[in-house]
Design a protein around this ligand. Structure first.
Ligand SMILES: Nc1ncnc2c1ncn2[C@@H]1O[C@H](COP(=O)(O)OP(=O)(O)O)[C@@H](O)[C@H]1O
Ligand SMILES: [Mg+2]
Length: 307
């Protein structure tokens, strides 16, 4: 059962806490003695790259369960960073800490994250739609004329982006990504990204979800050249999930993710009450509830197992 209070931040007796928009990370030692990270998905929610001042209770659990489901699903095709979801393997945590972490944490191999966001797009949306409108292409990939917002692309494309430490990620051409991290590695990441996207897209479509696009991060162990899937995969935070039965190209698509949040915020912006900079406003109860219901539905449809 989900708790009704949102977990906004964590303060565990573990070294080197750092906070992303949604997740808190700590350094740990894995049971085999190698360096690890504990990744805790909080209930923070971000939109337009700004974290809102209240959270969505239970979102972190749903996100973690969705990622774990996919890591396992694809384990025979790609190495991933997930080692365990059992917080009892971390020495020194109290029972209260352990119960707070259960369901929302992953013990992972600590890797050097490749500083490129690996994005696959099967439909035109978001920054892809914006780029297409101004250049007719996305990340240097030329597309046929006359496409509408939300249209399916003739075939999925790979559109890398920089991994900005602060601010917004920026779409870059493949050649630029290759120049930054090496052509051999980038080619491998592109092929993996498109392969996994293609498989997940078919899987999701069979469950009534259009997987419009997705983003992966990859890591490398020191001295190794085999890429490992890190971070989160195929969650509503890293991907666009659209309900298949309401897909109507030519406009913004309703989605399983933060649509309610974005719509609400756009209203605030239009009314001059928020300017898309931090700190984010508090979301009303209704928006929180609808958002959680969407994450829940995405989880249940994909995994087939309601939480
Ligand atoms: N296995 C790993 N080793 C090291 N860093 C990781 C690993 N998996 C994920 N990360 C990093 O953890 C962070 C996850 O936190 P998140 O809240 O998603 O951050 P962001 O605001 O950058 O999206 C990201 O910076 C990601 O690159
Ligand atoms: Mg992230």
């Amino acid at each position: 059962m989900m708790s009704s209070t949102a977990l906004m931040t964590t303060d565990l007796p573990l070294p080197n806490r750092r906070q992303g928009k949604v997740r808190d990370l700590y350094d740990i030692e894995l049971p085999d003695g190698s360096p690890g990270v504990l990744i805790v998905a909080t209930d923070r929610i971000s939109a337009f790259d700004v974290v809102m001042s209240n959270g969505v209770p239970g979102k972190g659990v749903l996100l973690t369960q969705i990622s774990c489901f996919w890591f396992e699903h694809f384990a025979h095709r790609v190495t991933h960073h997930l080692v365990s979801t059992d917080p009892a393997l971390i020495p020194g945590l109290s029972p209260a800490h352990q119960s707070m972490l259960t369901g929302r944490s992953m013990l992972c191999r600590k890797l050097d994250v490749v500083p490129i966001e690996c994005v696959a797009r099967g439909y035109l949306a978001g920054s892809g739609w914006k780029d297409y409108q101004s250049t007719g292409s996305v990340c240097g990939v030329a597309l046929p004329p006359g496409l509408r917002n939300g249209d399916e692309l003739p075939e999925p494309i790979f559109t890398p982006a920089t991994k900005a430490v602060t601010g917004h990620d920026e779409n870059i051409p493949f050649a630029e990504a290759a120049a930054r991290v090496g052509e051999g590695l980038m080619t491998r990441l592109r092929d993996l990204t498109l392969q996994l996207y293609g498989l997940a897209r078919t899987f999701a479509a069979e469950r009534g979800i259009l997987l419009a696009d997705t983003k992966f991060e990859f890591g490398l162990a020191p001295g190794a050249d085999k890429p490992v899937l890190v971070d989160e995969i195929f969650t509503p935070d890293s991907s666009r999930f659209w309900p298949a039965d309401s897909w109507r190209p030519g406009a913004e698509q309703p989605s399983f993710d933060k649509q309610y949040v974005r719509n609400y915020l756009e209203q605030l912006v239009a009314a001059g009450k928020w300017d898309k900079t931090a700190p984010g406003p508090a979301l009303p109860d209704e928006v929180i509830k609808s958002t959680l219901a969407r994450y829940q539905e995405a989880h249940d449809r994909l995994t087939g197992v309601p939480i």
